[in-house]
Design a protein around this ligand. Structure first.
Ligand code: AKB
Length: 323
């Protein structure tokens, strides 16, 4: 206990008291490490607490505070919020669309019960809360090209349902509906848009990729740097600038075929085959193009990476790894 107390005192002394203290749940997933780095750069190393339910690798522990946080254990969450004096929570823990369909009871617990705990917690402690939403929050009855912010939402996956049925209670709740996120140093875990990350690795490793979606399946996508910057910009906005609590945002839309053609320009011997599986049925219900004009108008959202630039940065980052 004494050691822990010492540890917490130490962290408090090192914190920037004029900056928010941010807790990131599920921080070892695709988005958490990058966001922690970005926010630590802005608010200070000790102002961002990474958390998850698995042991962190050493390189994560070296970057700043990391704690065990089980979003299904309310007392554990309370303890962290109190001990670290948390001001903001960024709630990333979730089972993605494809993996969620394989274990719906678990997805219900993590995505619905877990989110409920986070909402309760934020309400109780006056926390500013960010929860990412997704193209998966829409369904086959929504217009798909383009999909506006306010439209019919009847998602068909448990993941989409959980991202749709969020409650608010009047707390400072903010959410962005993200497209598929593409990153080079972290991997998505069981989503429908994962092919757009896997293709780069497989192209470099084997010169071949077997895609689980049909060649003409168009989905909205975004490079991770745009995604993380959008969260940071959105969380810093004054309340009165937000006309809505949840905005669509996107950067580009492409199909596997479009990506295949660009990858071939970098790796001429690259071949791609198509063998659609259950993820095709999910993708077929999702938006093809996201209408993010409200975000562009209300808080000046601008993406910086289109499909060409995305491919360029992915190859720049990954070529040295597979050399
Ligand atoms: C998924 O494919 O499940 C995610 C998402 C679009 O939210 N990448």
């Amino acid at each position: 206990v004494l050691v822990r107390q010492f540890h917490e005192d130490f962290l408090h002394r090192k914190k920037n008291m004029d900056k928010p203290t941010v807790l990131i749940t599920g921080s070892l997933g695709q988005l958490g490490q990058g966001l922690a780095k970005l926010l630590r750069g802005k608010y200070g190393q000790y102002n961002v607490i990474m958390s998850d339910i698995i042991k962190a690798p050493d390189h994560i522990l070296e970057t700043g505070p990391y704690v065990y946080a089980d979003i299904l254990d309310f007392k554990n969450l309370q303890e962290i919020v109190v001990n670290y004096r948390v001001d903001w929570v960024v709630h990333f823990s979730a089972l993605l669309s494809a993996i969620g369909e394989q274990n719906v009871p678990l997805a219900m617990r993590v995505n619905v019960e877990g989110l409920h705990n986070i909402l309760e917690l934020s309400n109780q402690y006056g926390i500013k809360l960010f929860v990412p939403s997704t193209i998966g929050a829409f369904g086959p009855d929504s217009p798909r090209n383009p999909t506006p912010d306010l439209t019919i939402q009847r998602p068909r996956t448990i993941y989409g349902v959980s991202k749709y049925y969020h409650e608010r209670f009047g707390l400072d709740f903010r959410s962005l509906r993200f497209p598929g996120i593409i990153s080079s140093d972290t991997n998505p875990g069981g989503g429908t848009t994962d092919y757009a990350v896997a293709i780069f690795h497989e192209a470099l490793k084997h010169g071949h990729y077997q895609c689980y979606l049909e060649p003409d399946t168009m989905l909205p996508m975004m490079y991770i740097e745009d995604c993380l910057r959008s969260i940071s910009e959105f969380m810093e906005l004054p309340n009165d600038q937000l006309k809505m609590r949840t905005y669509n945002i996107q950067a580009m839309s492409f199909t596997p075929r479009i990506l295949e053609d660009i990858v071939k320009r970098y790796i001429p011997h690259f071949t791609m085959t198509y063998k659609p599986d259950g993820r095709q049925a999910i993708a077929d219900t999702w938006p093809m193009v996201f209408d993010d004009s409200n975000a562009r108008r209300d808080w000046n959202w601008r993406h910086q990476y289109d499909t060409e630039r995305l491919c360029q940065v992915m190859f720049e980052a990954l070529v040295p790894k597979y050399r």
